[in-house]
Design a protein around this ligand. Structure first.
Ligand code: GLU
Ligand code: MG
Length: 442
């Protein structure tokens, strides 16, 4: 017997499919992001959407241990050719893709054949952590910044209007496609590197922020290819240069009130915010394995490149791994914190889930923040560098009981296996070889 809930979802999917069909949408791309940080896809004809919603779409669990180069490793419970999962699309996120005519998109969650949650599902993990915060009356608003680099590059100077003019139609098409998809774009600009851009979008709930990170990236990819540009979302494009960041903004809310302001903690944050952020700050060495998960990440995470290579925090300090933004006096709700050390190789669902887990551990410990840092911490010998290699970050990750408990053994171990295997994959390769092998993969 199918449950009432399933029947209702199926009914709704039929209505959505009819609407999509009338708009010329012939197929729906269903995505999840694996432990390598790669967005994998199964697609169904629009007419199959209701069936996908009712029964899921089959997919191998092997992606839990896939690497960035599409080879696979194994962990205690993951790997090998056996087994099948069901992918269930989230209809609330169903979006007609403006830059891919005939296509719509929805993110999925992964369940087993018997209908139980797959313990390796990253989106379910993010959802569980958001629910944990909600149990304490806290909701989080989060948003990822997207930085990317296109080839061929541009002639104009960093952040220059000349670059916007050079790529006028392209940048306009990126904004247009995002806005048509209902994405609340805050700003877009040419970044530091030749050919580098950034777009930021309004915050949403944690799972929604991760979904948006996927949608924004795939939209940019589609627009880029239509303009015959090759987009790179890897952490580093040219060894020795500035990389692509994947900064995460977050604020804590309770009863409609932003807890990043109106308190008597540093820069007027509340005690709850301070404890949460202190939990995140102290867990950064372990969180780095999640948020900066590739050997390529450590080619980006260098001092004095605005990547946040030091384990410190500061008010609007772009070299601190954790940047606090107090917000303008007439826009106090804008107060938030930004984790700068993360990059686009990260699985955004794992990032939001792991950051919430670390923050809640800080709340439990009633943690407080150390002194804020101003100026470039690279010029202050008292400041602590974050791990400078993936193996170093992995050692912290593997020792983190907080993350092990939050993620659950199966996800934790599969993720660690992928990280170990990617470290081994690139061992002994030159920085530029690592950049070349990863920049176009994400
Ligand atoms: N591209 C820098 C990074 O690797 C960030 C620049 C900025 O602060 O926007 O994170
Ligand atoms: Mg930027």
């Amino acid at each position: 017997m199918r449950s009432q809930q399933t029947r209702e979802r199926e009914q709704r999917a039929r209505q959505e499919a009819a609407r999509l069909g009338a708009e010329g949408v012939r197929a729906v791309a269903l995505t999840f992001v694996d432990n390598a940080g790669i967005t994998r896809v199964k697609a169904v004809p629009t007419a199959r959407l209701a069936a996908a919603v009712a029964r899921g779409v089959g997919a191998s669990p092997c992606f839990d241990v896939f690497l960035v180069d599409d080879s696979a490793t194994a962990s205690r419970d993951s790997g090998g050719p056996d087994g099948d999962l069901r992918l269930f699309p989230d209809l609330d996120r169903l979006t007609v893709l403006a830059a891919q005519p005939g296509w719509a998109w929805a993110p999925v969650e992964r369940y087993d054949q018997a209908g139980a949650e797959h313990p390796g599902c990253q989106r379910l993990f993010a959802r569980r952590m958001a629910a944990r915060a909600a149990e304490r009356g806290i909701s989080l608003r989060m948003g990822f910044e997207t930085e990317w680099t296109v080839s061929p590059a541009l002639e104009g100077p960093a952040y220059g209007m000349a670059r916007l003019v050079e790529r006028s139609a392209y940048m306009n098409d990126v904004v247009t496609a995002l806005v048509e998809q209902g994405v609340n774009v805050l700003q877009i600009h040419p970044e530091y590197n030749e050919g580098q851009f950034e777009v930021s979008v309004a915050p949403s709930d944690p799972v929604g922020a991760a979904d948006l990170a996927v949608l924004v990236r795939e939209t940019i990819r589609a627009v880029s290819l239509r303009h015959e540009l090759t987009p790179y979302f890897g952490p580093i494009v040219t060894a020795g240069g500035v990389g692509n960041g994947g900064h995460l903004h977050l604020s804590l809310w309770q009863d409609g009130r932003n807890l990043c302001r109106g308190g008597d903690g540093p820069f007027a944050m509340t005690a709850t915010s301070e404890a949460f952020l202190a939990g995140v700050l102290s867990a950064l060495p372990a969180l780095l394995a999640v948020g900066a998960p590739s050997p390529a990440s450590y080619l980006r995470l260098e001092p004095s490149r605005w990547a946040g290579a030091f384990q410190c925090w500061g008010l609007e300090n772009r070299e601190a791994a954790l940047r606090f933004i107090a917000g303008a006096p007439d826009d106090p709700d804008a107060a938030n914190a930004e984790v700068k050390c993360f990059d686009p190789a990260a699985n955004p669902y794992l990032v939001v889930g792991a950051v919430i887990a670390a923050g809640l551990a800080g709340l439990d410990a009633k943690a407080s923040l150390p002194e804020p840092v101003s100026g470039d911490p690279a010029h202050d010998s008292g400041q602590q560098r974050l791990p400078a290699s993936l193996p170093e970050a992995l050692a912290h990750f593997s020792a983190s009981q907080t993350l092990r408990e939050a993620m659950g053994t199966r996800l934790f171990e599969a993720f660690a296996a992928v990280r170990h295997a990617e470290a081994a994959l690139f061992e002994g390769r030159s920085p530029q070889e690592i950049a070349d092998a990863t920049r176009g993969r994400y």
